[in-house]
Design a binder for this molecule. Structure first.
Ligand SMILES: [Zn+2]
Length: 111
C-alpha cells in the first residue's frame, strides 16, 4: 500500500494542532519542558515526548518541521534533521507532504 501524502500531512498536522494548544496553556505556567504528543503519521500513535518549550518554539518556526519519537519517521517523506534526547525533529522533504503541512500550519497567519 502506497501511503497517501495528503493523509500523512493531515494526520501530522492534527497532532501539531493539539500540541499547539498544549504549548499555549503551558506558556502561562512555569514549566520549561512539556509533554507533547508524537507528531508522526500514525493516527493511532498517542505516545508522548518531553520537549523544552524553547526547543518546541524553534521547531514550530518552520511549517514543515515536526516532532516525532525515534523510529516514527517516514524516510520516504521526511528527513531527520535533529536528534535530541527522547525525540527527533523531522522535516518534510516530499513535495506533496510539505505543501499540505505548510498549508495547515497553524502559525502561518500569525507569522
Ligand atoms: Zn508516533
Amino acid at each position: 500500500v502506497k501511503p497517501d501524502p495528503a493523509k500523512i500531512a493531515t494526520t501530522e498536522s492534527l497532532f501539531r494542532d493539539v500540541n499547539e494548544r498544549i504549548a499555549e496553556s503551558a506558556v502561562g505556567g512555569h514549566m520549561s519542558s512539556v509533554d507533547f504528543f508524537c507528531e508522526c503519521a500514525d493516527p493511532t500513535c498517542t505516545e508522548r515526548l518531553t520537549v523544552d518549550l524553547q526547543d518546541y518554539e524553534e521547531v514550530r518556526s518552520s511549517g514543515t518541521d515536526f516532532l516525532v519519537l525515534p523510529g516514527h519517521e517516514l524516510p520516504a517523506f521526511e528527513h531527520v534533521i535533529s536528534r535530541r534526547r527522547g525525540y527527533q525533529v523531522v522535516r518534510k522533504v516530499e513535495k506533496a507532504v510539505a505543501a499540505v503541512a505548510r498549508r495547515l500550519n497553524p502559525r502561518r497567519r500569525r507569522a
